[in-house]
Write a protein that binds this ligand. Structure first.
Ligand code: NAP
Length: 415
């Protein structure tokens, strides 16, 4: 059986990281004990995966260390990395007594046709885990393979699976980030939140959740302002999730007027040093407003070609303010979730997530996002190259597959 795996050159190898290749190799005939072989039916691809690739070699994140790199066609773990993706698959072989062929699973997979994974002994009816002792223990959410049959959030309809691949990895970041902000009463009562890359799913899901918190608390005291690029301004306004939206080029005076007064939190999803320096300058000249904290949440403006391969940090890079400037914080979902798991029972977390996911599924239909399904190795490679050339448009959501073509291949659907 032939396997296909999407691989990227490592920036540290001196090659251009955006030159993706699809490597062909053989699926092992016999699989070791306590392993599963799954067919990765399809997976989502968004700016989140571009960030995984950009941070593949970064010492804090190590995204290239989740999956084996094939040794074939001039590719090796020294020269290439595999960028993880969130997707659905079906187990086709198992040598673990508690996991069975035919099971539908969701997890943090390789962008491949087939994937061989080891199963650690702590299998339960909801999930099993891939042992990755070389990575920090807080990466456990990435090691979890969810068994769909027992997943309270699972809906087997193809549209629901598509929505899961697109929103689940991002929505939980936005959800736990809002929970983290709320746990500090929004950093001591800040009533205004500014979010960059406001058209990205992570950013607008955060805006959506802040508004939900407002309505649950019966108040609209927290205002959410989005910053986005000119080409994405209309989409971001149409979402109707922000109180106001400005483009990155907004004249200094209009931005200053709108950032005036009160305590502000800046959530940076773009990771653009020049923009961050401008935002801080705006607050410096506004005597009646205070930027309480800058939170680094994403890096949509960064690609594998623009980041230092050995970078240990993200966001606010070399422009990080010193002295009396606002506090800088990084939000990394697995780290906060590990803390919440000490504070809340598993059933309380499951209930919170179930309620939030059910609300999202009924609300997201109005956001005007279209799904683009791309199947087959040449088509997936071309779609990746289009992203490198043109970026990701916020109204497009991608689901890719390296398996055989189905009727839906190449289709676009309104979600
Ligand atoms: N901290 C965490 O734990 C965590 C977890 C999940 C995701 N994240 C991060 O959140 C970010 C957003 O991910 P997403 O999947 O939600 O994004 P997405 O929906 O795919 O975002 C698309 C947006 O990214 C911006 N963008 C795309 N290509 C660009 C390019 N070449 N240059 C500059 N900007 C570009 C544009 O926004 P604008 O025009 O509005 O700038 C575009 O609308 C990612 O960096 C991701 O890694 C962080």
């Amino acid at each position: 059986m032939e396997n296909l795996i999407l691989c990227h050159p490592r920036a540290s190898s001196g090659q251009d990281p955006s030159q993706a290749i699809i490597v062909k190799c053989e699926v092992p005939q016999t699989i070791p004990n306590d392993h599963v072989l799954l067919e990765v039916d399809r997976f989502g691809f968004s700016a989140n995966n571009v960030t995984y690739q950009a941070l593949g070699e970064a010492t804090h994140f190590r995204y290239f260390e989740f999956h084996h790199i094939p040794e074939a066609e001039g590719v090796s773990s020294k020269t290439h990395g595999v960028t993880p993706v969130w997707g659905f698959g079906t187990i086709i072989k198992s040598t673990h007594p508690k996991v069975h062929p035919g099971e539908r699973v969701y997890g943090y997979f390789a962008p491949a046709r087939y994937l061989l994974l080891q199963v650690s002994p702590d299998v339960n009816k909801y999930a099993f885990f891939v042992p990755r002792p070389h990575l920090p223990p807080d990466r456990r959410p990435y090691n979890q393979i969810t068994r769909c049959a027992q997943d309270p959030l699972y809906d087997p309809s193809p549209t629901a699976e598509d929505l899961t691949m697109l929103y689940r990895p991002l929505f939980w970041t936005s959800f736990w980030c809002e929970d983290w902000l709320n746990s500090s009463n929004y950093k001591g009562g800040s009533a205004q939140i500014l979010i960059s890359s406001a058209s990205s799913k992570t950013a607008f899901c955060l805006a959506y959740l802040i508004r939900k918190r407002n309505s649950l608390q019966g108040s609209s005291t927290r205002r959410v302002i989005g910053l986005t690029s000119t080409k994405n301004l209309a989409f971001t306004k149409r979402l109707a999730l922000y109180d106001d939206v400005f483009d990155y080029e907004s004249s200094d005076t209009s931005l200053v007027r709108n950032l005036a007064q009160g305590h502000w939190i800046y959530v940076d999803v773009a990771g653009n040093d020049a923009l961050n320096a401008r935002v801080r300058d705006h607050f410096r000249v506004c005597g009646d407003s205070e930027l309480v904290t800058c939170i680094s949440l994403g890096l949509t403006n960064v690609s594998a070609s623009t980041i230092e391969p050995s970078s240990a940090s993200w966001g606010f890079g070399s422009e990080a303010p010193q002295g009396d400037d606002p506090k800088l914080e990084h939000f990394f979902m697995p780290e906060w979730l590990a803390i919440r798991k000490q504070q809340l029972s598993v059933s309380a977390i499951t209930q919170m997530q179930k309620e939030a996911w059910t609300r999202l599924m009924s609300d997201c239909g109005t956001w005007g996002v279209s799904l683009r399904r791309v199947c087959g190795p040449d088509q997936v490679k071309a779609a990746y190259e289009e992203i490198v050339r043109c970026g990701l448009a916020p109204e497009d959501a991608f689901v890719w597959s390296l398996c055989g073509e189905t009727e839906e291949c190449g289709s676009t659907a309104k979600l």
